[in-house]
Design a protein around this ligand. Sequence first.
Ligand code: CTP
Length: 404
Amino acid sequence: MSLKGKHIVLGITGSIAAYKSATLTRLLIKKGAEVQIVITPAGKEFITPVTLSALSGKPVISEFFASGDGTWHSHVELGLWADLMIVAPATASTIGKMANGIADNMLITTYLSMKAPVFVAPAMDLDMYRHISTQRNIGMLRNDGVHIIDPGEGELASHLEGKGRMEEPEKIVAVVEQFLDSPNDLTKKKILITAGPTYERIDPVRFIGNFSSGKMGFALAEECASRGAEVLLITGPTALSLSHPNIRRVDVESAREMYDAAIKTFPEMDAAILSAAVADYRPAQWTDEKIKRREGEEITITLTPNPDIAASLGKIRKPHQLIIGFALETSNEESNAGRKMEKKNFDFIVLNSLQDKGAGFGYDTNKVTILSRKGEKHSFELKTKKEVAKDIIDTAFTTFENSK
Ligand code: CTP
Protein backbone atom coordinates (compact mmCIF):
# COMPACT_ATOMS: atom_id res chain seq x y z
CA MET A 1 0.00 0.00 0.00
CA SER A 2 2.59 2.53 1.15
CA LEU A 3 4.95 2.03 -1.80
CA LYS A 4 2.27 2.74 -4.40
CA GLY A 5 3.32 5.67 -6.57
CA LYS A 6 6.50 6.26 -4.56
CA HIS A 7 9.64 7.37 -6.40
CA ILE A 8 12.57 5.21 -5.37
CA VAL A 9 16.20 5.73 -6.35
CA LEU A 10 17.89 2.33 -6.08
CA GLY A 11 21.68 2.53 -5.88
CA ILE A 12 23.59 -0.61 -6.84
CA THR A 13 27.32 -1.09 -6.19
CA GLY A 14 29.99 -3.67 -7.01
CA SER A 15 29.16 -6.68 -4.88
CA ILE A 16 28.24 -10.31 -5.59
CA ALA A 17 24.94 -9.49 -3.86
CA ALA A 18 24.04 -7.22 -6.82
CA TYR A 19 22.11 -10.18 -8.25
CA LYS A 20 19.61 -9.65 -5.42
CA SER A 21 18.96 -6.11 -6.70
CA ALA A 22 17.07 -7.61 -9.63
CA THR A 23 14.60 -9.21 -7.18
CA LEU A 24 14.49 -6.03 -5.12
CA THR A 25 13.63 -3.98 -8.22
CA ARG A 26 10.91 -6.44 -9.21
CA LEU A 27 9.38 -6.41 -5.70
CA LEU A 28 9.35 -2.60 -5.57
CA ILE A 29 7.76 -2.36 -9.02
CA LYS A 30 5.16 -5.00 -8.05
CA LYS A 31 4.23 -2.87 -5.04
CA GLY A 32 3.53 0.05 -7.37
CA ALA A 33 6.74 2.07 -6.90
CA GLU A 34 8.63 3.83 -9.70
CA VAL A 35 12.26 2.77 -9.56
CA GLN A 36 15.20 4.71 -10.99
CA ILE A 37 18.38 2.68 -10.82
CA VAL A 38 21.75 4.38 -10.39
CA ILE A 39 24.62 1.90 -10.66
CA THR A 40 28.34 2.41 -9.99
CA PRO A 41 30.90 1.38 -12.65
CA ALA A 42 31.87 -1.58 -10.43
CA GLY A 43 28.21 -2.55 -10.06
CA LYS A 44 27.98 -3.12 -13.81
CA GLU A 45 30.65 -5.84 -13.50
CA PHE A 46 28.18 -7.84 -11.42
CA ILE A 47 24.79 -7.21 -13.06
CA THR A 48 24.00 -5.73 -16.45
CA PRO A 49 22.04 -2.52 -17.03
CA VAL A 50 20.02 -4.48 -19.65
CA THR A 51 18.50 -6.73 -16.97
CA LEU A 52 17.91 -3.82 -14.61
CA SER A 53 16.33 -1.47 -17.14
CA ALA A 54 14.04 -4.27 -18.33
CA LEU A 55 12.88 -4.85 -14.75
CA SER A 56 12.56 -1.18 -13.77
CA GLY A 57 11.18 0.01 -17.10
CA LYS A 58 13.64 2.94 -17.09
CA PRO A 59 17.14 3.42 -18.52
CA VAL A 60 19.74 2.73 -15.86
CA ILE A 61 21.93 5.71 -14.93
CA SER A 62 25.62 5.19 -14.34
CA GLU A 63 27.67 7.98 -15.89
CA PHE A 64 27.44 11.74 -15.45
CA PHE A 65 26.98 12.10 -19.22
CA ALA A 66 25.54 9.78 -21.88
CA SER A 67 28.64 9.20 -24.05
CA GLY A 68 26.69 9.10 -27.35
CA ASP A 69 24.93 12.46 -27.23
CA GLY A 70 26.39 14.19 -24.19
CA THR A 71 23.05 14.26 -22.28
CA TRP A 72 23.70 15.24 -18.69
CA HIS A 73 22.12 13.15 -15.91
CA SER A 74 21.08 15.52 -13.18
CA HIS A 75 21.72 14.13 -9.71
CA VAL A 76 20.08 17.28 -8.34
CA GLU A 77 16.82 16.46 -10.11
CA LEU A 78 17.01 12.87 -8.85
CA GLY A 79 17.44 14.19 -5.32
CA LEU A 80 14.23 16.20 -5.67
CA TRP A 81 12.30 13.46 -7.54
CA ALA A 82 12.91 10.72 -4.99
CA ASP A 83 10.66 9.89 -2.04
CA LEU A 84 13.29 7.43 -0.84
CA MET A 85 16.77 6.23 -1.75
CA ILE A 86 17.95 2.66 -1.15
CA VAL A 87 21.57 1.62 -1.68
CA ALA A 88 21.55 -2.18 -1.94
CA PRO A 89 24.02 -3.75 -2.04
CA ALA A 90 26.33 -1.15 -0.46
CA THR A 91 30.00 -2.09 -0.53
CA ALA A 92 32.56 -0.96 2.07
CA SER A 93 33.92 1.43 -0.53
CA THR A 94 30.55 3.08 -1.25
CA ILE A 95 29.76 3.31 2.47
CA GLY A 96 33.14 5.00 3.02
CA LYS A 97 32.53 7.43 0.16
CA MET A 98 29.03 8.25 1.38
CA ALA A 99 30.28 8.86 4.92
CA ASN A 100 33.04 11.16 3.72
CA GLY A 101 31.38 12.84 0.75
CA ILE A 102 33.79 11.48 -1.88
CA ALA A 103 31.69 12.24 -4.93
CA ASP A 104 33.57 10.41 -7.67
CA ASN A 105 30.60 8.63 -9.26
CA MET A 106 26.98 9.28 -10.10
CA LEU A 107 25.67 7.27 -7.15
CA ILE A 108 27.54 9.37 -4.57
CA THR A 109 26.61 12.70 -6.19
CA THR A 110 23.00 11.52 -6.17
CA TYR A 111 23.32 10.67 -2.47
CA LEU A 112 24.80 14.10 -1.74
CA SER A 113 21.86 15.77 -3.54
CA MET A 114 19.24 13.58 -1.88
CA LYS A 115 16.42 15.34 -0.03
CA ALA A 116 14.62 12.09 0.84
CA PRO A 117 15.38 9.49 3.56
CA VAL A 118 18.20 7.11 2.64
CA PHE A 119 18.46 3.38 3.42
CA VAL A 120 21.70 1.42 3.09
CA ALA A 121 21.97 -2.38 2.99
CA PRO A 122 25.66 -3.30 3.44
CA ALA A 123 27.08 -6.40 1.73
CA MET A 124 30.63 -7.55 2.23
CA ASP A 125 32.88 -10.19 3.66
CA LEU A 126 32.75 -10.64 7.44
CA ASP A 127 36.24 -9.26 8.10
CA MET A 128 35.58 -6.21 5.96
CA TYR A 129 32.28 -5.68 7.74
CA ARG A 130 33.89 -6.01 11.17
CA HIS A 131 36.82 -3.75 10.27
CA ILE A 132 37.11 -0.68 12.46
CA SER A 133 37.12 1.55 9.39
CA THR A 134 33.85 0.08 8.03
CA GLN A 135 32.21 0.28 11.44
CA ARG A 136 33.34 3.88 11.84
CA ASN A 137 31.88 4.79 8.43
CA ILE A 138 28.60 3.00 9.19
CA GLY A 139 28.47 4.85 12.52
CA MET A 140 29.02 8.16 10.70
CA LEU A 141 26.18 7.39 8.29
CA ARG A 142 23.88 6.51 11.18
CA ASN A 143 24.74 9.82 12.85
CA ASP A 144 23.98 11.58 9.57
CA GLY A 145 20.46 10.12 9.73
CA VAL A 146 20.96 7.32 7.19
CA HIS A 147 18.97 4.16 7.97
CA ILE A 148 21.22 1.11 8.01
CA ILE A 149 19.60 -2.23 7.21
CA ASP A 150 21.99 -4.52 9.05
CA PRO A 151 23.37 -7.44 7.08
CA GLY A 152 22.36 -10.95 8.01
CA GLU A 153 24.51 -13.91 9.09
CA GLY A 154 25.19 -16.87 6.84
CA GLU A 155 27.42 -18.18 4.12
CA LEU A 156 29.26 -15.40 2.31
CA ALA A 157 30.64 -15.26 -1.23
CA SER A 158 34.05 -16.16 0.27
CA HIS A 159 32.39 -19.37 1.60
CA LEU A 160 33.16 -18.13 5.11
CA GLU A 161 30.26 -18.01 7.56
CA GLY A 162 29.38 -14.78 9.36
CA LYS A 163 27.78 -11.37 9.27
CA GLY A 164 27.95 -9.49 5.98
CA ARG A 165 25.26 -11.00 3.72
CA MET A 166 23.06 -8.32 2.26
CA GLU A 167 19.61 -8.53 3.82
CA GLU A 168 17.09 -10.35 1.61
CA PRO A 169 15.07 -8.16 -0.80
CA GLU A 170 11.78 -9.15 0.87
CA LYS A 171 13.14 -7.91 4.22
CA ILE A 172 14.42 -4.65 2.70
CA VAL A 173 10.99 -3.99 1.21
CA ALA A 174 9.37 -4.75 4.59
CA VAL A 175 11.71 -2.30 6.40
CA VAL A 176 10.99 0.44 3.88
CA GLU A 177 7.23 -0.18 4.01
CA GLN A 178 7.28 -0.06 7.79
CA PHE A 179 9.13 3.26 7.61
CA LEU A 180 6.65 4.73 5.14
CA ASP A 181 3.73 3.47 7.23
CA SER A 182 5.13 4.91 10.46
CA PRO A 183 2.48 7.07 12.06
CA ASN A 184 2.33 10.79 11.46
CA ASP A 185 0.72 11.12 14.85
CA LEU A 186 2.84 14.06 16.02
CA THR A 187 2.03 16.35 13.10
CA LYS A 188 1.73 19.98 14.21
CA LYS A 189 3.07 19.16 17.68
CA LYS A 190 5.90 21.40 18.86
CA ILE A 191 8.39 19.51 20.98
CA LEU A 192 11.35 20.87 22.92
CA ILE A 193 14.16 18.39 23.58
CA THR A 194 17.24 19.00 25.70
CA ALA A 195 20.21 16.75 24.97
CA GLY A 196 23.86 16.11 25.68
CA PRO A 197 26.09 17.31 28.52
CA THR A 198 26.71 20.84 29.69
CA TYR A 199 30.20 22.27 30.13
CA GLU A 200 30.84 24.58 33.04
CA ARG A 201 33.93 26.72 32.57
CA ILE A 202 36.68 26.84 35.16
CA ASP A 203 39.11 28.95 33.15
CA PRO A 204 39.61 29.57 29.40
CA VAL A 205 40.86 26.01 28.78
CA ARG A 206 39.11 23.83 31.39
CA PHE A 207 35.59 22.86 32.23
CA ILE A 208 33.51 20.54 34.38
CA GLY A 209 31.47 18.21 32.21
CA ASN A 210 30.10 14.69 32.04
CA PHE A 211 30.16 11.66 29.74
CA SER A 212 26.78 12.23 28.06
CA SER A 213 27.08 11.77 24.29
CA GLY A 214 23.69 13.25 23.38
CA LYS A 215 22.76 10.09 21.45
CA MET A 216 19.49 9.47 23.32
CA GLY A 217 18.27 13.05 22.86
CA PHE A 218 19.22 13.06 19.17
CA ALA A 219 17.42 9.74 18.63
CA LEU A 220 14.33 11.25 20.30
CA ALA A 221 14.55 14.31 18.07
CA GLU A 222 14.75 12.10 14.95
CA GLU A 223 11.83 9.96 16.14
CA CYS A 224 9.58 12.95 16.87
CA ALA A 225 10.54 14.67 13.60
CA SER A 226 9.91 11.53 11.55
CA ARG A 227 6.43 11.38 13.08
CA GLY A 228 5.69 14.90 11.90
CA ALA A 229 6.57 17.01 14.96
CA GLU A 230 8.38 20.33 14.80
CA VAL A 231 11.35 19.78 17.07
CA LEU A 232 13.49 22.33 18.87
CA LEU A 233 16.63 20.51 19.96
CA ILE A 234 18.65 22.40 22.57
CA THR A 235 21.91 20.55 22.87
CA GLY A 236 25.08 20.81 24.88
CA PRO A 237 28.46 20.15 23.23
CA THR A 238 28.38 16.94 21.14
CA ALA A 239 29.96 15.59 17.97
CA LEU A 240 26.60 14.39 16.65
CA SER A 241 24.90 15.79 13.59
CA LEU A 242 21.44 15.52 12.07
CA SER A 243 19.72 16.68 8.96
CA HIS A 244 15.97 16.29 9.38
CA PRO A 245 14.17 19.35 8.05
CA ASN A 246 11.71 19.32 11.01
CA ILE A 247 14.50 19.74 13.57
CA ARG A 248 15.79 23.16 14.60
CA ARG A 249 19.00 22.82 16.54
CA VAL A 250 20.25 25.31 19.12
CA ASP A 251 23.77 24.67 20.41
CA VAL A 252 24.57 25.76 23.94
CA GLU A 253 27.52 25.19 26.25
CA SER A 254 26.52 25.70 29.88
CA ALA A 255 23.49 24.85 32.02
CA ARG A 256 22.59 28.53 32.26
CA GLU A 257 22.58 28.88 28.45
CA MET A 258 20.43 25.75 28.17
CA TYR A 259 18.08 27.15 30.85
CA ASP A 260 17.70 30.49 29.03
CA ALA A 261 16.96 28.79 25.68
CA ALA A 262 14.45 26.36 27.26
CA ILE A 263 12.58 28.90 29.42
CA LYS A 264 12.19 31.30 26.50
CA THR A 265 10.71 28.73 24.12
CA PHE A 266 8.75 26.38 26.41
CA PRO A 267 5.48 28.42 26.54
CA GLU A 268 4.85 27.80 22.84
CA MET A 269 5.59 24.05 23.08
CA ASP A 270 3.18 21.11 23.33
CA ALA A 271 5.77 18.96 25.07
CA ALA A 272 9.27 18.93 26.53
CA ILE A 273 11.59 15.93 26.70
CA LEU A 274 14.45 16.60 29.06
CA SER A 275 17.20 14.15 28.26
CA ALA A 276 20.19 16.44 28.84
CA ALA A 277 22.70 15.55 31.52
CA VAL A 278 22.76 19.03 33.00
CA ALA A 279 25.59 19.85 35.41
CA ASP A 280 24.04 20.51 38.78
CA TYR A 281 26.89 22.83 39.79
CA ARG A 282 29.29 25.27 38.15
CA PRO A 283 32.46 26.88 39.45
CA ALA A 284 31.48 29.89 41.55
CA GLN A 285 34.26 31.89 40.03
CA TRP A 286 35.52 32.00 36.50
CA THR A 287 38.95 33.32 35.69
CA ASP A 288 39.87 34.57 32.25
CA GLU A 289 43.48 33.65 32.95
CA LYS A 290 44.55 30.00 32.85
CA ILE A 291 45.01 28.68 36.39
CA LYS A 292 48.73 28.04 36.90
CA ARG A 293 50.12 24.93 38.54
CA ARG A 294 51.61 25.67 41.94
CA GLU A 295 54.01 22.95 42.96
CA GLY A 296 52.76 20.91 45.93
CA GLU A 297 49.74 23.14 46.59
CA GLU A 298 46.17 21.92 46.64
CA ILE A 299 43.56 24.05 44.99
CA THR A 300 39.88 24.22 45.81
CA ILE A 301 37.13 25.03 43.35
CA THR A 302 33.97 26.25 45.00
CA LEU A 303 30.84 25.13 43.16
CA THR A 304 27.56 26.97 43.07
CA PRO A 305 24.20 25.43 42.04
CA ASN A 306 22.93 25.71 38.48
CA PRO A 307 19.28 26.32 37.75
CA ASP A 308 17.18 23.15 37.53
CA ILE A 309 15.74 23.44 34.02
CA ALA A 310 13.32 20.56 34.45
CA ALA A 311 11.92 21.80 37.77
CA SER A 312 11.54 25.33 36.38
CA LEU A 313 9.56 24.07 33.36
CA GLY A 314 7.51 21.87 35.70
CA LYS A 315 6.52 25.00 37.68
CA ILE A 316 5.35 27.04 34.68
CA ARG A 317 3.76 24.24 32.65
CA LYS A 318 0.13 24.37 31.55
CA PRO A 319 -2.03 21.21 31.88
CA HIS A 320 -1.99 20.56 28.11
CA GLN A 321 1.82 20.48 28.08
CA LEU A 322 3.46 17.08 28.41
CA ILE A 323 6.81 16.79 30.21
CA ILE A 324 9.02 13.71 30.03
CA GLY A 325 12.09 13.70 32.25
CA PHE A 326 14.99 11.30 32.66
CA ALA A 327 16.61 9.86 35.73
CA LEU A 328 19.85 8.11 36.30
CA GLU A 329 20.03 6.54 39.72
CA THR A 330 22.58 4.31 41.36
CA SER A 331 20.46 3.14 44.31
CA ASN A 332 16.72 2.62 45.02
CA GLU A 333 16.29 3.38 41.36
CA GLU A 334 12.52 3.25 40.96
CA SER A 335 11.54 4.98 44.17
CA ASN A 336 14.10 7.75 43.62
CA ALA A 337 12.95 8.21 40.02
CA GLY A 338 9.31 8.30 41.14
CA ARG A 339 10.11 11.00 43.70
CA LYS A 340 12.01 13.00 41.07
CA MET A 341 8.98 12.83 38.74
CA GLU A 342 6.69 14.23 41.48
CA LYS A 343 9.13 16.90 42.57
CA LYS A 344 9.77 18.21 39.07
CA ASN A 345 6.14 17.83 37.96
CA PHE A 346 6.81 15.43 35.05
CA ASP A 347 4.13 13.21 33.48
CA PHE A 348 6.66 10.47 32.75
CA ILE A 349 10.17 9.67 33.85
CA VAL A 350 12.54 7.47 31.89
CA LEU A 351 14.82 5.56 34.21
CA ASN A 352 18.18 4.72 32.65
CA SER A 353 19.90 1.70 34.01
CA LEU A 354 23.60 1.85 34.75
CA GLN A 355 23.53 -1.79 35.88
CA ASP A 356 23.30 -3.24 32.38
CA LYS A 357 26.24 -3.62 30.06
CA GLY A 358 25.61 -1.59 26.90
CA ALA A 359 23.24 0.88 28.54
CA GLY A 360 23.82 4.52 29.33
CA PHE A 361 26.45 7.12 28.47
CA GLY A 362 28.15 6.80 25.11
CA TYR A 363 26.60 3.48 24.06
CA ASP A 364 24.37 3.08 21.00
CA THR A 365 22.04 0.96 23.11
CA ASN A 366 20.00 1.66 26.22
CA LYS A 367 17.73 -0.17 28.66
CA VAL A 368 14.97 1.85 30.22
CA THR A 369 11.97 1.66 32.49
CA ILE A 370 9.28 4.29 31.99
CA LEU A 371 7.26 5.32 35.04
CA SER A 372 4.14 7.40 34.78
CA ARG A 373 2.59 9.83 37.22
CA LYS A 374 -0.44 7.54 37.29
CA GLY A 375 1.68 4.72 38.70
CA GLU A 376 2.17 2.70 35.51
CA LYS A 377 5.47 1.00 34.85
CA HIS A 378 6.79 -0.12 31.47
CA SER A 379 10.08 -2.05 31.42
CA PHE A 380 11.96 -2.62 28.18
CA GLU A 381 14.82 -4.83 27.01
CA LEU A 382 18.25 -3.55 25.95
CA LYS A 383 17.65 -1.96 22.53
CA THR A 384 19.22 0.55 20.14
CA LYS A 385 18.66 4.16 21.21
CA LYS A 386 16.56 4.60 18.06
CA GLU A 387 14.22 1.80 19.23
CA VAL A 388 14.21 3.15 22.78
CA ALA A 389 13.20 6.56 21.40
CA LYS A 390 10.24 4.93 19.65
CA ASP A 391 9.21 3.12 22.87
CA ILE A 392 9.38 6.37 24.87
CA ILE A 393 7.31 8.33 22.35
CA ASP A 394 4.78 5.50 21.88
CA THR A 395 4.32 5.06 25.63
CA ALA A 396 4.23 8.69 26.67
CA PHE A 397 2.23 10.25 23.84
CA THR A 398 -0.35 7.47 23.55
CA THR A 399 -1.03 7.41 27.30
CA PHE A 400 -1.10 11.22 27.52
CA GLU A 401 -3.46 11.63 24.54
CA ASN A 402 -5.76 8.87 25.83
CA SER A 403 -6.01 10.46 29.26
CA LYS A 404 -7.26 13.81 27.90
N1 CTP B 1 17.66 18.34 34.89
C1 CTP B 1 17.54 19.64 34.43
N2 CTP B 1 18.32 20.63 34.97
C2 CTP B 1 19.19 20.34 35.94
C3 CTP B 1 19.34 19.02 36.42
C4 CTP B 1 18.54 18.04 35.87
O1 CTP B 1 16.75 19.88 33.51
N3 CTP B 1 19.94 21.33 36.45
C5 CTP B 1 16.76 17.31 34.35
C6 CTP B 1 17.45 16.21 33.55
O2 CTP B 1 17.52 16.55 32.17
C7 CTP B 1 16.52 15.01 33.80
C8 CTP B 1 15.99 15.29 35.21
O3 CTP B 1 16.14 16.67 35.44
O4 CTP B 1 15.43 15.02 32.93
C9 CTP B 1 16.65 14.52 36.30
O5 CTP B 1 18.04 14.69 36.23
P1 CTP B 1 19.01 14.05 37.31
O6 CTP B 1 20.40 14.51 37.04
O7 CTP B 1 18.75 12.59 37.43
O8 CTP B 1 18.41 14.72 38.60
P2 CTP B 1 18.93 15.79 39.60
O9 CTP B 1 17.79 16.70 39.90
O10 CTP B 1 20.19 16.41 39.13
O11 CTP B 1 19.17 14.91 40.89
P3 CTP B 1 20.44 14.05 41.36
O12 CTP B 1 21.57 14.37 40.40
O13 CTP B 1 20.68 14.51 42.73
O14 CTP B 1 19.99 12.62 41.28
